[in-house]
Design a protein around this ligand. Structure first.
Ligand code: NAP
Length: 548
C-alpha cells in the first residue's frame, strides 16, 4: 500500500506505521460482519480496533442485570450463513445479554475473526490524507495505523452519558452505568440502591434490582410508555419449527418497515368503533414484542387524536397494574404519546412499584442538585445510598463519532461539520470524507438493527469490490447526492409525531453540551424504501459517487 507522507503522521510517530487495506472501528454486530466480508470475501488486509476486551459491542458493554433483546432473538440473528443458522439454538424468544454475547463470541470463533481484531484498542483520531488517499488512524496508546478504507461500526447507542450534576466522583459507594456495566458480579442484597433514568435500560435493570435490594429508589425525570415483553423459553421442538421458518421469516423482515416481524395494521384508528379498537389493543398488549408499537393502526404515529386513543388505553393499563393511584399517575407520560419515543418492553416493571422496598421519586420539577459522598442531594431532601446505578443513556447516533477526532479531506472536523448540519449520503458516506464508510451511521435505516446492519455491510462491501475491480482508490459522494439524500431523510420525517418529542431519536441529550436542539438524526422512512434507493445507486453504477 501507499507510503504515508503526512506531516501529522511524521511528527506524531517516527516508528514504522502498519498499513492496512481497511480499518474497521468496533467489534459489534456490524463490525464483525464487515470484517468477515472484507477479509474473507474480498481477500483484503483488514484490522479491526475494538475498545473493549471482547466482541459484542452493545452486548459486550450493556451487561447489566435484566439486559435482553426487545426483538425476537431469531429475527435479530445474522442471516448470512446457513451453517450458523443451522447450528445456533436460541433458548428464549427474547434472549438475555449473556446468551447474545455468547452468540457473538461463537460467530467470532466460527469465522476466525479474532486474529484480525486488536482488543483494548481505543481509536482516538482518524485523519484523511489527500496525498496518499488514505486514512491515518491513531490509537489511545499513541500508535498510528494507515488504511485506504475506513469503516466506522461504532454503534448508534454506545457513548454513555451521565447526569450533568456535580459530585459524581465523590460518591463513596458503588456506582455503575448500565452501558459500562462491569464484568465482576454485582449484588444488590441488603443494599440501598438508587437508579437514575427510566428508559429501556432503566426499565430492565430496575425490574431486576427490585427483586433483591433492601431498598430501591427510582429517580424518574420523564416516564416512558412501556409495554409487556411476554418473553418465554423456546423448546427444542419450537426451535426446529423456527429454523424451518427462517427463509420466510427473513423475507418478512425484509418487507416490514423497520425490519421487525410486526407490520402496521392497514386501518385507521377511527375506522373502528371504540370496542373494536380496544379489543385490538388488548390483543396487542398480550402479544410478545413490539407488536403494539410497530404493528399499531397506521395513523398512530402521525395523527395526534389517534395517538391519544392508544395512549389512553396504555395509561389505563398502567393504572390497573399500579396500586397507588398517585404513583400510577407519575408513571404515565404527559409530554408525549405512546410510541413517539422508543417503547421499553418490560417484564413486571409496573408491579415493582407495588413493592414495599421500592420508592418512585420524580425529579422532573425538582432536579438532582448534586451527588454527595453518601448519596443524592435535592433542594428539599437528601438520600443515602450504598449504590447508584446510572441508566442515563447515551450521546446517541453522532455521539460515538464526536468522541473521535475525525478529519476529512480539507482538514474539517466531522464533529463541527455535523454540528452545523447533519448531512450524509445514504447514511454511509459524508461529503469531504473520502474512503470513509459508516455502518449504522446517522440517516440510515435503524429498526431491527441486524437486519439493517447486514444490508449496510453488504452495500459497503459491494462498493469496495467495485472500486477494486475498476482500480479506483478514491470515493466520495457528490454534493448534489448528499443534498438529495439529506432532503429525502428530512421529508421522510415530516408529519411524524416522534420528531416533535425530545429523545435520543431526535438528537436530544440534556447531559451533553450542544445537544439541546432537535435534529433529524435518523432516517425514519421504511427500510424497503431505503434499500430500493441504495440498490438503485449500485445497479446504476454509483453515479452519485465521485470515484477515481
Ligand atoms: P434513554 O432512553 O436515553 O434513557 C435515559 C434515561 O435517563 C431517561 O429516563 C432520562 O430522562 C434519564 N436521565 C438522563 N439524565 C438525567 C438526569 N440528569 N436526571 C434524571 N434523569 C436523567 O437511555 P437507555 O435507557 O439506555 O436506552 C437508550 C436506547 O438503547 C433505547 O431507547 C433502545 O433503543 C436501546 N436499548 C435497547 C434495549 C433492548 O433492545 N432490549 C435495552 C436497553 C436500551 P428523560 O427521558 O427525561 O431525558
Amino acid at each position: 500500500m501507499q507510503t504515508q507522507t503526512s506531516e501529522t503522521l511524521r511528527r506524531a510517530d517516527p516508528a514504522p506505521v502498519p498499513e492496512w487495506d481497511a480499518i474497521i472501528i468496533g467489534a459489534g454486530l456490524s463490525g464483525l460482519f464487515q470484517l468477515h466480508c472484507l477479509r474473507d470475501r474480498l481477500g483484503m488486509n483488514v484490522r479491526l480496533f475494538e475498545m473493549g476486551t471482547g466482541v459484542g459491542g452493545t452486548w459486550y458493554w450493556n451487561r447489566y442485570p435484566g439486559a435482553r433483546f426487545d426483538s425476537e432473538s431469531y429475527s435479530y440473528a445474522y442471516s448470512f450463513s446457513q451453517e450458523l443458522l443451522d447450528e445456533w439454538d436460541w433458548s428464549e424468544h427474547f434472549a438475555g445479554q449473556p446468551e447474545t454475547e455468547r452468540y457473538l463470541n461463537h460467530v467470532a470463533d466460527k469465522f476466525d475473526l479474532r486474529r484480525s481484531i486488536s482488543f483494548a484498542s481505543k481509536v482516538t483520531a482518524c485523519h484523511y490524507h489527500d496525498d496518499s488517499r488514505s486514512w491515518a488512524v491513531r490509537l489511545e496508546d499513541g500508535s498510528w495505523h494507515t488504511c485506504r478504507f475506513l469503516v466506522t461500526a461504532v454503534g448508534p447507542l454506545s457513548a454513555p452519558t451521565f447526569p450533568k450534576v456535580p459530585g459524581r466522583e465523590s460518591f463513596a459507594g458503588e456506582a455503575y452505568h448500565t452501558g459500562l456495566w462491569p464484568k465482576h458480579p454485582v449484588t444488590f442484597e441488603g443494599k440501598r440502591v438508587a437508579v437514575i433514568g427510566t428508559g429501556a435500560s432503566g426499565v430492565q435493570v430496575i425490574t431486576e434490582i427490585a427483586k433483591t435490594a433492601k431498598s430501591l429508589t427510582v429517580f424518574q425525570r420523564r416516564p416512558n410508555w412501556c409495554k409487556p415483553l411476554h418473553n418465554r423459553p423456546i423448546s427444542k421442538n419450537e426451535m426446529k419449527r423456527l429454523r424451518a421458518w427462517y427463509p420466510e421469516m427473513f423475507q418478512l423482515c425484509e418487507q416490514t418497515s423497520a425490519g421487525f416481524l410486526h407490520t402496521p395494521d392497514g386501518r385507521r384508528t377511527f375506522d373502528l368503533p371504540l370496542e373494536e379498537r380496544e379489543a385490538f389493543w388488548e390483543k396487542q398488549y398480550r402479544t410478545p414484542g413490539f407488536s403494539m408499537w410497530v404493528g399499531g393502526f397506521k395513523d398512530m404515529m402521525t395523527d395526534r387524536a389517534a395517538n391519544d386513543e392508544v395512549s389512553k388505553f396504555v395509561a389505563r393499563k398502567i393504572r390497573e397494574r399500579v396500586h397507588d393511584p398517585k404513583v400510577a399517575d407519575l408513571l404515565i407520560p404527559k409530554d408525549h404519546g405512546f410510541g413517539t419515543r422508543r417503547v421499553p418492553q418490560e417484564s413486571g416493571y409496573y408491579e415493582v412499584f407495588n413493592q414495599p422496598n421500592v420508592e418512585l421519586v420524580s425529579v422532573l420539577e425538582n432536579p438532582i442538585r448534586r451527588i454527595t459522598p453518601t448519596g443524592v442531594e435535592f433542594a428539599d431532601r437528601d438520600f443515602a445510598f450504598d449504590m447508584i446505578v446510572y441508566a442515563t443513556g447515551f450521546d446517541a447516533i453522532t455521539g460515538s463519532f464526536d468522541r473521535i477526532d475525525i478529519r476529512g479531506a480539507s482538514g474539517a472536523k466531522l464533529k463541527e461539520k455535523w454540528r452545523a448540519a447533519l448531512e450524509t449520503f445514504l447514511g454511509v458516506q459524508i461529503a469531504d470524507f473520502p474512503n470513509m464508510f459508516m455502518c449504522i451511521g446517522p440517516h440510515t435505516a435503524l429498526g431491527n438493527i441486524p437486519r439493517s446492519a447486514e444490508y449496510n455491510v453488504l452495500w459497503i462491501t459491494n462498493l469496495i469490490e467495485y472500486m477494486r475491480q475498476h482500480g479506483y482508490t478514491y470515493v466520495v459522494p457528490r454534493p448534489e447526492a448528499v443534498e438529495d439524500w439529506t432532503s429525502f431523510v428530512l421529508k421522510a420525517g415530516e408529519g411524524l409525531l416522534s420528531n416533535d418529542v425530545d429523545s435520543w431519536m431526535t438528537g436530544i441529550n440534556q447531559n451533553v453540551d450542544g445537544k439541546q436542539t432537535r435534529i433529524i438524526a435518523r432516517y425514519s422512512g421504511s427500510a424497503p424504501a431505503f434499500r430500493a434507493r441504495a440498490n438503485a445507486v449500485a445497479t446504476e453504477g454509483y453515479r452519485q459517487l465521485e470515484m477515481c
